[in-house]
Design a protein around this ligand. Structure first.
Ligand code: ADE
Ligand code: ZN
Length: 333
């Protein structure tokens, strides 16, 4: 169809992709086999049954139970490399030109995987994909909000060599938002600034309220917000964020699968456009949420039917909001 071809050809950037969330059921079963691991029968029987379960998440925490369990099959460097490479191969056919990739180091080191195995493996797979497909990539570590502030501090400090080498350019925060206001983690971001992380972002306002997005931006001084859809409940806040140039990484299909919205048509995307808020459209955890980046663009087009000029503006805002050089941005446009 014409709209599909147009959206595929748009130069798209992805800024909200958890690499562990690109672990497809097929690869999960293959890696379990490779490592001779016995998967929990109650969660993992067959691929179709698992896919059906993924269509019925009750909320963020229900999803996180699967997300955090499946990654047990990622063990050696080649597993992480294969995961990253498979993601780039898949999104190349979607017309993705630049990817800023999240990973959760604590989720791996906490089960005895060396940090170097994780980072080396991911970098290897990304570099191979970059060479093959011409997609530029960056790595962003996320600390997990369900573990302690001390654990997050430690994860940030341990990342220092990879920040110094440029292998990891940013810090984010993900996992359970319930009972975890941004203010709880202010000291972690202070440490990240001391360690020298060039870029900062945070999952905020996915299930949590607009006031938590305000905390993220104004109290913690973070000017990129992952999800942030609940900021739309506060018009005054939206005006302030537009003036500040706060960038949002929106994940429309994720919001439906995790029951933040009942359909994509509930997304605040039109309101953000109207207010002049800059954002990108992303897949979050494509193996779990029924679509990669182009599927998200298509779902938004189905819901709102934007004209070509609007779509070009959305794509250009995604390029402008990327954490890459001006030279690279110019080449993507
Ligand atoms: N980890 C992976 N995906 C996530 C999401 N959408 N929100 C919070 N933590 C996550
Ligand atoms: Zn996310």
């Amino acid at each position: 169809e014409a709209a599909t071809a147009f959206l595929r050809a748009l130069p798209k950037c992805e800024h909200h992709l958890h690499i562990e969330g690109s672990l497809e059921p097929q690869m999960l079963f293959e890696l379990a086999d490779k490592h001779g691991m016995k998967l929990d029968e109650a969660m993992y029987s067959t691929i179709p049954a698992l896919e059906e379960r993924y269509r019925n998440f009750a909320n963020l925490d229900d999803f996180l139970a699967y997300f955090n369990k499946a990654m047990d099959v990622l063990i050696d460097e080649s597993d992480f490399a294969a995961l990253a490479h498979a993601y780039l191969k898949r999104v190349h056919s979607d017309g993705l030109v630049h990817a800023e990739v999240f990973f959760d180091p604590q989720a791996h080191t906490g089960r005895g995987i060396a940090l170097d195995v994780v980072v080396r493996g991911l970098k290897k797979g990304l570099a191979q994909g970059e060479e093959e497909f011409g997609i530029t990539t960056e790595l962003i570590m996320c600390f997990v909000k369900h573990l302690s502030v001390e654990s997050a501090q430690q994860a940030v400090v341990e990342m220092q060599p990879y920040v110094a080498s440029g292998d990891v350019i940013g810090l984010g925060a993900d996992s359970s938002e319930k009972d975890n206001p941004p203010s709880k983690f202010a000291s972690v971001y202070d440490t990240a600034r001391e360690v020298g992380f060039p870029r900062l972002t945070m999952h905020s306002g996915e299930e949590g309220p607009a006031s938590w997005v305000r905390q993220t931006v104004f109290d913690l001084g973070i000017n990129r917000v992952d999800h942030g859809v609940h900021a739309a409940d506060d018009d005054e806040l939206l005006d302030e964020l537009a003036a500040r140039g706060t960038f949002f990484t929106l994940c429309p299909l994720s919001n439906v699968r995790l029951r933040v919205h009942t359909s994509v048509s509930e997304s605040p995307i039109p309101k953000f456009l109207e207010k002049g808020i800059k954002f990108s459209l992303n897949s979050d955890d494509p193996a779990y949420f029924g679509g990669y980046v182009l599927d998200n663009y298509l779902a938004v087009h189905d819901a709102f039917g934007f004209d070509k000029a609007t779509w070009r503006r959305i794509a250009q805002n995604g390029i402008d909001g990327s954490w890459c050089s001006d030279e690279r941005k110019a080449a993507m446009s």
